[in-house]
Ligand binder design. Sequence first.
Ligand SMILES: *[C@@H]1O[C@H](CO)[C@@H](O)[C@H](O)[C@H]1NC(C)=O
Ligand SMILES: *[C@@H]1O[C@H](CO)[C@@H](O)[C@H](O)[C@H]1NC(C)=O
Length: 654
Amino acid sequence: MHLSLSSATTLLSLSSSALAFYLPGAAPRNYARGEKIDLFVNALTPMLAGNDNAKLKSLINYDYYNPRFHFCQPEGGPQKQPESLGSILFGDRIFDSPYDIRMLENNGTCQTLCTVDVPPEDAKFINDRIIEDYALNWLVDGLPAAEMKMDTRNGDMFFDMGFNLGNDNDNDNDEEPFDTPALNNHYEIVLRYHRFSEGVYRVVGVLVWPYSIGGPQDGVPTCETDEDKIKSLVLDEKTTQSIRYTYRVTWNESATPWATRWDNYLHIFDPRIHWFSLINSVVIVIFLCAMVGLILYRSVSRDISRYNAIDVSEDVQEDWGWKLVHGEVFRTPKNPMLLAVMAGNGSQLCAMVAITLIFALLGFLSPSNRGSLATVMMVCWSFFGGVGGYISSRLYSSLGGTSKRKNSFFTATILPTSIFAVVFILNFLLIMAGSSGAVPFGTLLLIILMWFGISAPLSAVGAYYGTKHGVSGPHHFYTHFPHSTLQAVRHPVRVNQIPRQIPPSPKYIRPWTAALLGGILPFGAAFVELYFIMSSLFASRAYYAFGFIALTVGVMALTTATVSILFTYFMLCAEEYRWHWRSFLIGGGNAFWLLAYGLFYWVSRLSLDSFSSVGLYLGYLFILTLLDFLATGTIGFLASYWAVRKLYSAIRID
Ligand SMILES: *[C@@H]1O[C@H](CO)[C@@H](O)[C@H](O)[C@H]1NC(C)=O
Ligand SMILES: *[C@@H]1O[C@H](CO)[C@@H](O)[C@H](O)[C@H]1NC(C)=O
């Protein structure tokens, strides 16, 4: 049982090499004995200290070569390494380094990197970063340097990416309590290699144990790491101090082949949680779909047969329930423009998520292509501009809107502009905080170019076709109800001239109550995976369980659609016919829960002290919530739209 569970977990998480195939950029790199292996350095990131109730203390990344850290630089200054768009957006800033590593050479030799002088004010800066649990992120042959840790739940060893800049006594699980922050200035680097064939070697694991070695910083280095013999290096915040950086490389042969070298990194903490979550969501969805199916099937078919059984010639014309509002359901809602624009953008997002997940499931987004997830998302989003434009304008003309150009313009501009505005503010915060996380100008330009060059034109093309289909599209209702007004052409029932009175409706179908109620189920279905996604977004934990994510997203979409249809049906039965906006709100209702959860996560899992970190978190949370609202709201609205059309085309109107 356990075996099959864990292999299924591997299957779903796609960390299995059998399923993951690699893009050309990530082809194996062979090294001969003595060949130089580059060690690249990435930005410093705040890390979650090992224990379970540790809190993240900052969200701000710093360049490795930020002058205040005084890390050793290569001769002639650090060179920036090429990166993908997604990798830049997710905060990677990769440079070369002066470490001299050659395949299988200098095994166990203590080497000095350089000696630097740290002035008092920078010592303070470094100490603060140590207290905030910052971690160094190195890359060797595309693999992140990691610390080996044990999963306390099942005793599995795994590689935790990044290693500490220093130690402080805050770190409860550390054996040695330090009174003051101590800087790590010695690195024990263990490189695991795999002998592919005679004289051909590959790097399959990078482990680093950092040490703080105090005492005199000159003379012949010993690289002594025995904790009884060394005292730690505490930075003096009063005088300028010399620090010597040393390292030692150890080569260990490993049986791990190149293809599975990432498995150790993609450790899934307690896979049972994911299974419980998945089973939980599947049960929710089955229960819900069955219930909705049953309710709708029984009452709707009963309603329809009763409606249609009433003879036209009978004097007693008893109408009740949703049939009463047949003259109202297709009345143009308030603000059809905004509704269409939101639904258009939402469909664009849904299409992006769907295709990205398909790519991920096919194994294209393996972690060896750094940033590929974000890159694929950006590219998909640009190309699905067409989908957004099409849906938006088709909806808009079906809803009876007339300013079609305005609609297509807004569809292509409103959402990107608002997100850009938020990103600009966040960028400003990051620059103020001296962080390297700010999106560089060139990248911003590239994104604007993708937007103007790909997304906007495609959106316009989509809008053109959408308008055409919206007006004269082949609907099967079309011929049955040949009325003269625009509405009657495209809807199964005609809209009355004079709006009906709406009777007071029960509490649970009032807009906000319904949205909050309706949002609970989809949110509940996604809740556990959300926790993992949040910690991978904010605490830079690798999370590649795309199988779980895809299933969860699928379940969530289904739940959203069903819940919206159900509430819309209740609304119509209560003779409340303003369902357009409400179904959008009910579909997007889980975003309110997401927002609440994000705030809860902030309180319970983060202890951010700087203004910029808080701003950053809230900014990201806002964007996340907004996108979630648009995507799920669209699902809810379109599902309800479909259901309403089905419903009213099934009855006979006299
Ligand atoms: C390097 O040294 C370690 C012990 O210090 C040893 O276990 C390992 O086999 C050596 N590797 C090579 C390639 O000689
Ligand atoms: C390297 O290999 C040696 C001998 O096999 C072993 O004692 C040592 O623990 C290994 N080091 C690491 C870091 O895996």
